[in-house]
Design a binder for this molecule. Structure first.
Ligand SMILES: [Cu+2]
Length: 132
């Protein structure tokens, strides 16, 4: 009598599958122009620089080192025009960053202190980056 004893080894189930996450998060995009920084001051001219020429798409950040709340509010927000940005109250030692604006001229003010006024002049990004 022959007894057949078979061992069925169903091993090797562990085929490692590596799922790459390379496609998540790295989106080729045009280089973002460098951040433009504006300082809020308690005295004139209040926004430094008060008249700022900024490249289209460049992030713009207002820093508030003063002891008071301030806003950076596009004039359009209170004049029935398109409201392109409004920081809301920026706390002392806080800041507000605007991701970027299309080309144009954007007068703005502080809603808490209407005497505080500034203007952003947003210009097209140069076709070829200048190297100086
Ligand atoms: Cu203010």
């Amino acid at each position: 009598m022959k007894a057949m004893c078979r061992l069925n080894n169903v091993g090797r189930v562990g085929t490692a599958i590596l799922v790459g996450f390379f496609s998540l998060g790295v989106v080729p995009a045009p280089a973002t122009p460098p951040l433009f920084q504006i300082t809020i001051e308690s005295g004139s001219p209040y926004f430094l620089p008060a008249s700022a020429t900024v490249t289209a798409g460049a992030p713009i950040r207002w820093d508030n080192p003063t002891a008071s709340y301030h806003t950076a509010t596009h004039d359009g927000c209170i004049m029935g025009g398109p409201c392109m940005f409004d920081s809301g109250s920026v706390v002392p030692n806080g800041s507000y960053t605007l991701p970027g604006l299309p080309p144009g001229r954007y007068p703005y003010h502080c809603t808490l202190h209407p005497i505080m006024r500034g203007v952003l002049i947003v210009v097209d990004q140069p076709a070829t980056p200048s190297q100086t």
